[in-house]
Design a binder for this molecule. Structure first.
Ligand code: SF4
Ligand code: SF4
Length: 206
């Protein structure tokens, strides 16, 4: 089971903690706004915007309170559904027979998938500047929480640093929330939005 941020820091030695304090400040100072993600099954962004009637049914039905309706100035079209995995990831309707938001969407803005592994919300991207494992501290928090480790969504290189499979990652953002750094070192790059978070520049300013 993954440690919380607080528990993780409590486990660190004083020296490592001091060093990583600077790393947190650095990450915080350079942080850009987290990308907002569309619900699973969403059409490509232009088609999604055309199809979604802003009815809000997907938001209401989500059993995990993942989805929100955008307000003015939130970075996505007002009234459209989104989620921020740093607050609540998509739990892929774990424990339910279907993906509730897709099932209820009356317009086809959210398209059915054959299986959960076919979802493509986006792809997790490791910020190597702030990820513990890339800075000499053992950490597997993202891997422990990932629902698709059996498909190799997150593996480790020879130096025990996380590697993301673009083929297997569904972009649920569960690892994003599990990451103990503040801000997270593994945001999700949205599938069909501008490529604002490329590997290696995830911590640069907007
Ligand atoms: S798949 Fe389930 S948990 Fe994920 S956003 Fe849709 S309703 Fe919510
Ligand atoms: S249920 Fe479908 S049409 Fe309604 S807000 Fe959600 S995505 Fe848009």
């Amino acid at each position: 089971m993954a440690l919380s941020r607080r528990a993780f820091l409590a486990c660190l030695g004083a020296g490592a903690g001091a060093a990583l304090g600077g790393l947190f400040r650095s990450a915080g100072g350079l942080r850009r706004e987290p990308p907002l993600l569309r619900p699973p099954g969403a059409l490509d962004e232009p088609d999604f915007l055309a199809a979604c009637t802003r009815c809000g049914q997907c938001v209401e039905v989500c059993p995990f309170d993942t989805l929100k309706l955008a307000g003015p100035g939130q970075g996505v079209a007002a009234g459209t559904p989104f989620f921020n995995p740093e607050e609540v990831p998509c739990e892929l309707c774990e424990g339910y027979d279907d993906l509730k938001c897709i099932t209820i969407c009356p317009t086809g803005a959210l398209q059915p998938v054959k299986q959960r592994a076919d979802i493509r919300i986006g792809t997790a991207v490791v910020n190597e500047e702030t990820c513990f494992a890339f800075n000499g501290v053992s950490c597997r928090s993202c891997w422990h929480k990932c629902p698709f480790t059996d498909r190799g969504a997150i593996t480790f290189d020879d130096l025990l640093r996380p590697v993301i499979s673009e083929e297997a990652c569904v972009g649920c953002g569960i690892c994003t929330l599990a990451c103990p750094t503040e801000p997270t070192s593994i945001p999700v790059r949205p599938r069909s939005w501008p490529d604002v978070l490329r590997r290696g520049d995830a911590s640069t300013e907007s």
